[in-house]
Design a protein around this ligand. Structure first.
Ligand SMILES: [Zn+2]
Ligand SMILES: [Zn+2]
Length: 372
C-alpha cells in the first residue's frame, strides 16, 4: 500500500520479499491464503486480470494483465482480519460487518465479564453462516474476560488493537497463521507509540494468561509479534464504509456520518494492500453490503497499466492531501496530479462523476427507477 513518489525508505519491502521480487519481475500474489479465498473475479471463475509486480519507484504494485473496462469489477477480496467499530457492536454483524436490519433476527450471543454481568458484551451475527465462520476466533474469545483490555481500548477509541486481539484468537484456534500479515508493509513507529503498544500487549497477554492459555500454548504472543502485526495493520487497514443501497440506508448512513459512525469497522486484506496510491486513481475499492471488498475500474485501463486507488478523499486540496498522506501513510505523494501542481475543477467534477457512475449499475439503477 504505497504511492507513486513515496519516500524511498517507506517503500522497502521485507528482505525476503525483495529477494523473491529480484528473482522475477512478476510475482504471483502470496499463498496461503490463496487467491481463491482472498480474491475472486465477479463470476468466481479464473484468476483476476491483475498481477503483482515491482514498480519502478513505489515498491510493489498491481498491474492489469488485460484491458479492463470502466466500471468493471476487477476482483473482490475477503478480509484476513476484520473488526466492527466498537460503538456499533449492536448494529453490525460481529463477523462480516453487515448492518443488521430491523426486519432481520440477528443471532445474539455474549462474552461474559468475570463476576460482573454488567460487563457482558453481546455479539450479533447476521446469519447462522457468519456465526459458524466466526468460530475461528469466537470460541477462544468468549472463553476469556476482556474487561481490562476493553477498558483500556474504549476510552482511547483505539480500534487496531481489537484487530490484533481477533487475529491472536484466530491463531490460537488454528484459523490463521502467525505470519499471515508479514508480507505487508509495516508503518514506522514513534517511541511514544511503541510504549503505548507495550501496555496494550501486556493487557492482551495477561487476558490470555488468566484464561486457559498458558505461555507454552501461545509462544507466538510476544511483544515483538504484537508490534510487528500492529505496525502492519496501522498502515494497511481499510476503514469500511458501506455503500447505501436504498434511500433509507442513505439517510441512515448520512446520519451516522454526522455522528462519526460512518465506518462499520476496519479490515485488513492481502491483495488490496498491494495497490499503490494516486490522487487521480483509475481504480476504487468499495464495500456494498459487508466487509468483502470490491475493486472496480474507474475508467478504461490498458493491459500493463498500473492500477491505483486513492487512500484519502480525492477532492481535497493539494496541501491537505500531502499532509494526510505524510502523517497517515508516511510518504510524499508525487503522482501526476500532485506533481503537475494544477488540478482543474473540471477534473474534480470528472472524478466525482466517475465515482457516482461506479456504483450506479449495481446499486442505484433500480432504486432511481423505482423511487423517482
Ligand atoms: Zn454477517
Ligand atoms: Zn498525489
Amino acid at each position: 500500500m504505497f504511492a507513486a513518489g513515496a519516500v524511498l525508505s517507506r517503500r522497502r519491502a521485507s528482505s525476503e520479499l525483495l529477494r523473491q521480487l529480484r528473482r522475477t519481475t512478476s510475482v504471483a500474489p502470496p499463498q496461503p491464503p490463496s487467491l481463491s479465498t482472498v480474491a475472486a473475479t465477479a463470476d468466481g471463475i479464473g484468476p483476476p486480470p491483475i498481477r503483482v509486480s515491482l514498480t519502478e519507484s513505489a515498491g510493489r504494485g498491481v498491474f492489469a494483465t488485460r484491458g479492463i473496462a470502466a466500471g468493471e469489477l476487477i476482483h473482490s477480496a475477503q478480509p484476513l482480519v476484520a473488526h466492527p467499530s466498537p460503538s456499533l457492536l449492536d448494529k453490525v454483524c460481529y463477523y462480516c460487518l453487515r448492518r443488521l436490519q430491523n426486519e432481520a433476527s440477528p443471532i445474539i450471543t455474549s462474552i461474559p465479564g468475570e463476576n460482573d454481568s454488567s460487563k457482558t458484551t453481546a455479539c450479533y451475527f447476521c446469519s447462522e453462516s457468519c456465526r459458524e465462520q466466526s468460530k475461528g476466533f469466537y470460541e477462544v474469545e468468549k472463553g476469556l474476560d476482556w474487561t481490562l483490555f476493553d477498558d483500556h481500548c474504549s476510552p482511547r477509541r483505539v480500534k487496531y488493537p481489537l484487530m490484533v486481539k481477533r487475529l491472536a484468537c484466530m491463531i490460537l484456534s488454528g484459523a490463521a497463521s502467525v505470519d499471515c500479515l508479514d508480507i505487508l508493509q509495516p508503518a514506522s513507529l514513534h517511541t511514544e507509540t511503541l510504549l503505548e503498544m507495550e501496555d496494550e500487549f501486556q493487557l492482551l497477554k495477561d487476558t490470555f494468561a488468566k484464561g486457559q492459555f498458558k505461555n507454552d500454548s501461545m509462544p507466538f504472543l510476544t511483544k515483538e509479534w504484537y508490534i510487528n502485526v500492529l505496525a502492519r495493520i496501522r498502515i494497511n487497514a481499510f476503514r469500511i464504509e458501506l455503500v447505501a443501497k436504498t434511500y433509507e440506508e442513505m439517510l441512515t448512513s448520512a446520519a451516522a456520518f454526522i455522528a462519526a459512525d460512518a465506518a462499520v469497522g476496519n479490515a485488513i486484506y492481502m491483495l488490496p494492500s498491494f495497490y499503490n496510491h494516486d490522487c487521480d486513481p483509475n481504480a476504487h475499492i468499495i464495500w456494498l453490503e459487508n466487509a468483502n471488498a470490491k475493486l472496480k475500474a474507474l475508467r478504461n485501463i490498458e493491459a500493463g497499466e498500473e492500477l491505483r486507488i486513492c487512500y484519502i478523499d480525492a477532492s481535497m486540496e493539494f496541501e491537505a492531501r500531502q499532509k494526510i498522506l505524510a502523517e497517515g501513510f508516511g510518504f510524499q505523494c508525487g503522482c501526476l496530479r500532485c506533481s503537475s501542481g494544477q488540478f482543474s475543477t473540471f477534473m474534480v467534477m470528472k472524478m466525482r462523476v466517475n465515482l457516482y457512475w461506479l456504483v450506479l449499475p449495481e446499486n442505484f439503477h433500480g432504486y432511481t427507477l423505482r423511487r423517482r
